[in-house]
Design a protein around this ligand. Structure first.
Ligand code: SF4
Length: 315
């Protein structure tokens, strides 16, 4: 596995500057005002594919509706999906629900506090597990996401080398482990590097002109003239389109329709309401999508006959 050579003075200066920057510029986010692992899990799952501003609004209403992990565990999948409305990627909501049930049933309602145990929870990968270990349990655990990878890569490797390794993750976990202070500052450092990546060392247009790291950054000043390809963060996978939209959008539209009614719907009704130019030749395609939603436990289908399906949210 590739490992990068670092100078300890470079690490020390970066730590010091980052912590100083964070103390003045860190974002005031509601999930930073708590060490409750449940609240941090909720925020991290919401943040996985949704912008911070949208998560802020939803985070409060979610916690009003499900204040504790026990409240979430005992609710119905339907209530979970309804409360998740507006965030998209509904599978995350059901994973969060399952994770809550695991904590209540397998851990007697007490959150595990190691990355290894946290990763056993549904929908919790290495990043989320590390975030909970650091933000809830104050463990000096490295956290690496796209922002962190970009900041570390630009700072310690240079943007050209970063572009070569952008599709690998493990070397950046090793790098972060090395750079993370093993003191009470680990929490601020983990939060700070994410804010720095979101606010200053941004993906497309890093604010190098106002950056306190210029003198120690391996990418500066060359990055100012770098083209988009070298600034890219991650290859975007092209999703296949069905009638002009990716399948996840159709799945989302079906769920939105079902959330708005308190009854079962026929396939024909769904087809006509999700596509203005619906015609019956698309029935097979729509049924395939409905089957995937049923497989993911997002809907219930009562298949009376081959031509007569009744579809609704799970109870
Ligand atoms: S100088 Fe530019 S590239 Fe380097 S850390 Fe600052 S913002 Fe990022």
């Amino acid at each position: 596995m590739k490992s990068f050579t670092l100078q300890s003075t470079h690490i020390t200066t970066f730590r010091r500057k980052l912590l100083l920057w964070y103390r003045t510029n860190g974002r005031d986010l509601p999930w930073r005002k708590t060490h409750d692992p449940y609240k941090i899990l909720v925020s991290e799952i919401m943040l996985q594919q949704t912008q911070v501003d949208r998560v802020k609004e939803k985070y409060h209403s979610w916690l009003t509706r499900f204040p504790t992990v026990q409240d979430l565990a005992k609710t119905s999948p339907k209530a979970v999906l309804l409360e998740w409305s507006g965030l998209g990627y509904n599978r995350r909501a059901l994973s969060l629900h399952t994770a809550a049930q695991q904590i209540v049933n397998d851990y007697n309602g007490i959150f595990p506090n190691t990355v290894e145990e946290l990763m056993k929870l549904k929908g919790v990968g290495r990043y989320t597990a590390s975030a909970i270990a650091s933000f809830a349990f104050h463990k000096p655990t490295p956290i690496v996401d796209t922002n962190v990878k970009r900041v570390l890569g630009r700072m310690f490797l240079g943007y050209k080398t970063l572009a070569r390794y952008i599709d690998t993750d493990e070397p950046f976990w090793v790098l972060k482990e090395r750079i993370l202070p093993k003191s009470k500052n680990a929490y601020d450092f983990n939060q700070g590097i994410m804010d720095f990546g979101a606010m200053t060392c941004t993906a497309r247009q890093p604010k190098c002109g106002e950056c306190p790291m210029q003198k120690i950054c391996k990418s500066y000043p060359g990055i100012l003239k770098a083209d988009n390809e070298l600034l890219r963060v991650k290859k975007k996978r092209k999703e296949p389109l069905y009638y002009g939209k990716p399948r996840r959008i159709w799945r989302g539209n079906i769920l939105t329709l079902l959330k708005g009614v308190n009854t079962s719907l026929t396939v024909l009704y769904i087809g006509k309401h999700i596509q203005a130019d619906w015609d019956a030749t698309r029935t097979k395609w729509l049924k395939e999508i409905l089957n995937t939603l049923e497989k993911d436990n997002m809907i219930d289908i009562q298949k009376k006959t081959d031509d007569n399906w009744l579809v609704r949210l799970p109870k």
